[in-house]
Design a protein around this ligand. Sequence first.
Ligand code: SAM
Length: 238
Amino acid sequence: AEDVGGGDKEVVRDYFNNTGFERWKKIYGEATEGVNSVQLDIRLGHAQTVENALSMLRDGGPIAGLSVCDAGCGTGSFSIPLASDGALVTASDISAAMVAEAERQARETLADRPDIQMPKFEVKDLESLDGKFDIVVCLDVLIHYPQGKAEAMIAHLASLAESRLVLSFAPKTLYYDLLKRVGELFPGPSKATRAYLHAERDVEQALEKVGWRVRKRGFIRTRFYFAKLVEAVPVGLA
Ligand code: SAM
C-alpha cells in the first residue's frame, strides 16, 4: 500500500467530484432503489460509525455551543446531527460536489430549526484548514491515504483541536482479505482510488508524536464495512 504516482490527493478530489460523488451520495442516502446489498450494508456500517462518534462526543458532556470541525464532511452525515445538537460546526471537504450536497441536505434537514446555527461549509482539503476548534472530527477519510500522508494529516488535525480529536479508519487486519474478495466495496485502481488500511498502533503513534493520546475506542463492523474509531485528547488533559 504505497503512494501512487501523481499524488493521491488530486486523484481523490477528482474521484469525489465525479463517480465517487454519485456512488457515496447513494450509499449515504436514504433511498433504496438502485442500491445494491453491499452498498446497503456499507450504509448501515457507516451509520453506526456516525452514531458511535456522536455518542463519544456526547459522553464528554453537552456539545451545544462547542466549535467542531468536521474535516472531509462528505454529504454531511455527521455535521448535520452535530449542528442539530447545537454545536457550531465548520464542515469542509476537498470535493465541491460533496460540499454542495452537504449544504443542500443541511438546509433541508435543519429547515425547521431556527434555534440552531447552520454548519459553515467550505471546499477545502483538510491539510489547508486552519484555526482552532474545541473538537475536530475526521470520519472515513484516512482510508484514501497511505500511512505517511495519513500521519501528516493526523498531526495537522490535532494542531487544530483544543480538546478532542475523533478519527475513524479502516484497521489493517483480516480486513485485507475481505477487501480483496469484495473489490466492489472500495473502488480499485480502475475506478480511480484505492483503499489504504492503517494499523491502530500506527494511528496511535502518530497521535503520540504530537502529544495526544487515545482515550476511547470503538470498533464498527458489518459484513462489508469495518472501522476503528478513536477519541484522542492532549496528553495533559488525559
Ligand atoms: N466524513 C464523511 C462521512 O463519514 O460521512 C465522508 C466520508 S467519505 C468516504 C470520504 C470523504 O473525504 C469524501 O467526501 C472526500 O471528498 C473527502 N476527502 C478525501 N480526501 C480529503 C482531503 N484531503 N481533505 C478533505 N476531504 C477529503
